[in-house]
Design a protein around this ligand. Structure first.
Ligand SMILES: Nc1ncnc2c1ncn2[C@@H]1O[C@H](COP(=O)(O)OP(=O)(O)OP(=O)(O)O)[C@@H](O)[C@H]1O
Ligand SMILES: [Mg+2]
Length: 265
């Protein structure tokens, strides 16, 4: 069913640079949410913070009733298994075949026998349309195939929450629309909580519109929680959740022009 993910007052700095401040939003269980923001506003940093790879300076991230920011490393390790992450660059191991890349989390986090691993890997590769490419190395396939392999790897532990960083980066429009449709189909099939992060306003429009109209008419339980604050200099990005579920992460005023209607500053 996916789990709800509630972020409250989250702030992240690197040294004297505030990346975003006081971000408050909810990812509703089992739904697709999209975070939209121009390049450099801290979207990838946000995803890494959400899975506990980066520590926030303030705020909480509550998943399944537990605050990730206050967990010991051992508990964090366990909670991370709820997540599947498709990183912006795919993050495949270049010297491993696609099969071994996709099998990696199963070998790392479970004690499943190889026969079972083979079943799972075969199923997920089929799901993303990569049957037959198991023996290839990442360097031998197209960018779109690498994305899909990263997605298969993100799915092997049957995540409750799937985080997808820039699904369209490096892809042509046809492959972008293919992979966008794949997320919608996947959401209907695996019913995890999705967060897609993108700077592409078209991708941001497509996914939630499809959900709102076709798959999830009952959005009544969905609580819009607009929060929009930034520091005195207006430097930190601000996040806002619109009533239709689109999250926007907007940078300092000088940066937001390209996102037009979705701007929050
Ligand atoms: N580990 C780090 N240490 C210091 N600064 C970092 C680190 N990671 C990211 N940053 C800085 O945080 C800011 C936001 O980076 P991030 O990669 O999250 O942007 P983004 O919104 O994902 O951009 P894009 O759309 O281009 O992917 C940048 O200024 C970046 O230099
Ligand atoms: Mg990024």
């Amino acid at each position: 069913m996916g789990v709800e993910n509630v972020v409250t007052g989250l702030t992240k700095t690197f040294g004297s640079q505030t990346i975003w401040r006081d971000v408050t939003l909810t990812l509703p269980a089992g739904e697709i949410s999209v975070m939209l923001g121009p390049s450099g506003t801290g979207k990838s940093v946000f995803l890494k913070t959400l899975v506990g790879l980066l520590k926030p300076d303030a705020g909480s991230i509550v998943i399944d009733g537990r605050d990730l920011t206050r967990m010991r490393e051992a508990d964090l390790y366990e909670v991370r298994q709820l997540f599947g992450v498709l990183f912006q660059d795919g993050a495949l191991f270049g010297s491993m075949t696609l099969y071994d890349n996709v099998a990696f989390p199963l070998r790392e986090h479970t004690r499943k026998p190889e026969a079972q691993i083979r079943r799972i890997v075969t199923e997920k590769m089929e799901l993303v349309g990569l049957s037959g490419a198991e023996g290839k190395l990442p360097g031998e396939i197209s960018g779109g195939m690498r994305k899909r392999a990263g997605l298969a790897r993100a799915l092997v532990l049957d995540p409750e929450i799937l985080l997808i960083d820039e699904p369209d980066s490096g892809l042509d429009p046809v492959r972008t629309s293919y992979i966008t449709q794949l997320f919608i189909d996947l959401n209907a099939q695996i019913d995890a909580t999705f967060l897609i992060v993108t700077h592409d306003i078209n991708a941001a429009r497509t996914v939630p519109d499809n959900i709102g109209d076709d798959h999830r008419p009952a959005r009544a339980g969905h609580r819009p929680e607009p929060r929009h604050r930034h520091d005195a200099q207006g430097r930190a990005a601000a996040a806002r959740q619109r009533p239709d579920g689109i999250l926007t992460l907007a940078g300092p005023p000088r940066k937001v022009a390209p996102v037009g209607a979705y701007c929050t500053l």
